[in-house]
Design a protein around this ligand. Sequence first.
Ligand SMILES: C[S@@+](CC[C@H](N)C(=O)[O-])C[C@H]1O[C@@H](n2cnc3c(N)ncnc32)[C@H](O)[C@@H]1O
Length: 282
Amino acid sequence: MEALAPVSGRLYVDGTLGLGGHTEAILERSAPDGRVVAFEWDEEALRRSGERLQKFGERLVVVRRNFAELRIGLSELGVGQIDGLLLDIGVSSMQLDQASQRGFSFQRDEPLDMRMDNRRPLTARAILATASESELADIFFYYGEERQARPIAAAIAAARHKEDIATTGQLVALVAGAVPRRFHPKNIHVATKVFQALHIAVNGELENLATAIDDAVPLLAEGARLAVISFHSLEDRIVKRKFLANEGLAVVTRKPVLASAEETAANPRARSARLRVAERRN
Ligand SMILES: C[S@@+](CC[C@H](N)C(=O)[O-])C[C@H]1O[C@@H](n2cnc3c(N)ncnc32)[C@H](O)[C@@H]1O
């Protein structure tokens, strides 16, 4: 909120509505006449945030779209300029935790879906069934920075001849078996990076982020801010590079802003969050 400094009479975009925490904060701070257009592609999140945000009436417009479609989404609403954009990217706590059974987490045995938007064409299960062994290795290596990408891809390619890899439990067992014991990481689960890689591939997360930043710049009013919260180094690198490379942006945060010790104590997931802010210059 400090970065966006919302005020009445202005229009802000929340690219990642989720359960509506940020949108609600923007609308409260920009009372009585600030407005928000919020993007969200997860049906369940839309349903849940709808009730919470009803009280704002016409000050809030919600669109079920990929935030990478920011330009078209806003132009359909007749919006040509915005006074701030917030992206709080990645998978939400709701998607990770809930009994949505979407298979984002390796901690429960669930179907391997991983789509945030159930209209997307490919599930994680479909990727595991159809990508070639070398494509799988690339996914694990580039989207997961997984050093054991090749043996893991080989184990999947061998296993899928015998059985359909349909659940998180099957995938965890395959990864654990493919990585030699001495290479099992100490601080994270052995399947963490494979799961990250798969949900990035399923949802096109890195492409969406890069497109949204590029497309947002010409829409921002002079002095308007673009704030992005990311959760791992691949995303943070994209944000950092895009901010520096774009002539229309001035970087506000030289270093990413991290959550305080107090905040991470209350919400452990905040420990990997990194906020970067840039400002539109003319
Ligand atoms: C970390 S959560 C955001 C939480 C939100 N700031 C709140 O206050 O509740 C990310 C949300 O963005 C959504 N999301 C992720 N990528 C998206 C995309 N490309 N287009 C639209 N929504 C997206 C997810 O479905 C999820 O609900």
